[in-house]
Ligand binder design. Structure first.
Ligand code: AMP
Length: 469
């Protein structure tokens, strides 16, 4: 995020490969392609050939940014890549990653998934070292420049000296002329995993990126772990451990791809179990169960199985919707989700429908999807959500919303039900959510539901106020 910029979110995908003899830029391209759901605003790849670094980043989807020609220029045997989430107010090429910073040790390329919460402090630290105006520097760049300017004879020394003062969520991949370095913050807030492809080493935000290039998932990079990979293979270092773990629970609910494995748990199966529990906790007499594509589908399958109701497809999603730079005009904007989803009237007509989805943030999509089902002839619409009411903003890397935009922060469940126009509305309990995922509660940050943040955050930081500064 830019300091004085959109301080609330920075969900992204990161990828890295150390692969002598491999076309590492191409592997990184396909790795980022698999992580496209984590960020659609910009994409970038940096490579190193032992002496020089090469970098290309631009606005747009991964396959809009890269061509055979610019991949061919990304030479070397080590690469990192980044795809950045679409956010308001900060959509500019300056914020694209990887970032390149210079130092007496050479060049460092740096890519970050997460969001920092002590950027003012970090900016002061940087200003003491360098005579720079920090107001337009992103939190990622701040971290990169603090590492580059830290004392220490090696990059690892500098990283280990710098990270203890950095507070927030960070899964990092870095590239020097000879090393690939991956780091996960001590709370382990954003996912990051390590894989093997023949003689190559691969790191990625999610295991689906390893599958895509034929790499094998070895393990999670541990909270507080720094892995440095060079010609001698990987070396692991640990930072001071945090008081607790705080893996983002929303990765399981919505953000991660269902075919990713996080903490030995396939996200798809966790979502199916959320649906099964939801059916037990929030049963309803109905004719069929549908999921809102794509997030709600696995849970709808689980809900149907557990309730004994038939599962049908009620919406067809345009699979090619992606992100377009062609802005819809006002009439098309009013159609809203119709650009993405189309209901199946012959399936829905006269039916009492259970519509399963992953979360309610502002409630606007739900309002439109419920109305769409009614226009398509549904007799009743019962909305079921595989998460508890989201009442707190995320400061650690998920672009939810400011508190006053979160519908559950100001309305009760019956009021939300009325607002979205549903016949009934039911949320999964926190306990049900945890049991469905099947990992100990102490694994997670679920501050969006509980307000129990793993670290001190500046509550109700208003991104628009910050942007205006
Ligand atoms: P609503 O609050 O009704 O507009 O619905 C929000 C929907 O957007 C959810 O059902 C998710 O599928 C999706 N969603 C949830 N969180 C996010 C996020 N951080 N960024 C983008 N989409 C999200």
């Amino acid at each position: 995020m830019a300091l004085g910029g959109d301080g609330l979110h920075e969900a992204c995908g990161v990828f890295g490969v150390y692969g002598p003899g491999e076309d590492v830029a191409r592997l990184t391209f396909f790795g980022l392609y698999a992580l496209q759901h984590r960020g659609q605003e910009s994409a970038g790849i940096a490579t190193a050939d032992g002496t020089r670094l090469h970098l290309f980043a631009d606005m747009g989807l991964v396959n809009q940014v890269f061509s055979e020609e610019n991949l061919a220029n990304l030479r070397g045997h080590i690469a990192i890549g980044h795809s950045r989430y679409s956010t308001t107010g900060s959509s500019c090429i300056e914020n694209a990653q990887p970032i390149r910073v210079e130092s007496d040790l050479g060049t460092l390329a740096f890519a970050h998934n997460g969001n920092l919460v002590n950027t003012s402090f970090l900016a002061d630290q940087l200003q003491k070292r360098e005579d720079v105006v920090t107001s337009s520097i992103t939190d990622s760049e701040l971290m990169a420049r603090l590492i580059a300017s830290a004392p220490g004879a090696t990059w690892i020394d500098r990283i280990r000296r710098t990270l203890p003062v950095v507070k927030g969520a960070y899964s990092l991949v870095m590239l020097t002329s000879t090393e690939l370095i991956a780091v996960r913050d001590p709370f382990g807030i954003r996912p990051l995993c390590l894989g093997r492809l023949g003689n190559s080493w691969v790191v990625a935000s999610e295991s689906c990126a390893l599958d895509t290039i034929g790499a094998e998932l070895l393990r999670e990079i541990l909270p507080g772990e720094i892995i440095c990979i060079d010609e001698n293979g990987p070396r692991s270092y640990s930072m001071d451990s945090a008081s607790r773990r705080a893996l983002c629970v929303f990765e399981y609910i919505y953000f991660a791809r269902p075919d990713s494995v996080i903490e030995d748990t396939l996200v798809y199966l966790a979502r199916e179990r959320m649906g099964e529990r939801l059916a037990k906790e929030q049963p309803i007499d109905a004719d069929l169960v549908i999921g809102v594509p794509d997030g709600g589908i696995p849970a709808a399958v689980g809900y149907a199985r557990s309730s004994g109701l038939p599962y049908r497809e009620g919406f067809i999603k345009n699979r090619y919707i992606g992100r377009t730079f062609i802005q819809p005009d006002q009439r098309l904007r009013e159609e809203g989700v119709a650009l993405k989803l189309n209901p199946l009237p012959d399936v829905l007509k006269g039916k009492r429908v259970v519509m399963v989805d992953d979360s309610i943030v502002r409630g606007t999509t739900k309002l439109q999807t419920v109305a769409m089902l009614r226009r398509a002839g549904a007799k009743e619409v019962h909305v079921r959500i595989t998460a508890p009411p989201m009442v707190n903003p995320c400061y650690l890397g998920i672009d939810t919303a400011r508190r006053h935009e979160l519908i559950a922060a100001s309305l009760s469940v019956p009021e939300i039900c009325e607002y979205i126009g549903a016949d009934t509305l039911g949320y999964l309990s926190r306990d049900g959510l945890m049991k469905a995922i099947g990992l100990p509660e102490s694994t997670f940050c679920d501050a969006c539901f509980t307000g129990n943040y793993p670290m001190e955050v500046q509550l109700d930081l208003d991104k628009l106020v910050l942007e205006a500064r």
